[in-house]
Design a protein around this ligand. Structure first.
Ligand SMILES: Cc1cc2nc3c(=O)[nH]c(=O)nc-3n(C[C@H](O)[C@H](O)[C@H](O)COP(=O)(O)OP(=O)(O)OC[C@H]3O[C@@H](n4cnc5c(N)ncnc54)[C@H](O)[C@@H]3O)c2cc1C
Length: 64
């Protein structure tokens, strides 16, 4: 699946290929690493993650 995120103001920018840790609000599981799949465009202000459902955490990200 593709998740488009809008970082909080103050995000320093990024390059495609860098990775971040995200828990998507599921703090019990802990954050997982995901590669940023889009280059930074300050006007657009979004970043894209491409995530494959491989296990318990990523399977729960797919909307019912
Ligand atoms: C630097 C980095 C960037 C990544 N970028 C992406 C991405 O862009 N898209 C994406 O779909 N996945 C990416 N992954 C892998 C992603 O973090 C795992 O798919 C996710 O943590 C699986 O969690 P789960 O609980 O759903 O599956 P689990 O049941 O925990 O595991 C399923 C599979 O993922 C592997 N895995 C679990 N945790 C990790 C981990 N911390 N690092 C590496 N492999 C792991 C397991 O060995 C197993 O093969 C990246 C991993 C790293 C280290």
């Amino acid at each position: 699946m593709e998740i488009v995120c809008r970082p909080q103001p103050g995000w320093p920018g990024h390059r495609a290929g860098q990775f971040l840790f995200a828990d998507f609000g599921r703090t019990g599981e802990g954050a997982h690493p995901f590669t940023i799949a889009s280059d930074w465009n300050a006007k657009d202000g979004t970043l894209t993650l491409a995530i494959k459902a491989l296990g318990d955490f990523t399977n729960q990200l797919v909307p019912a």
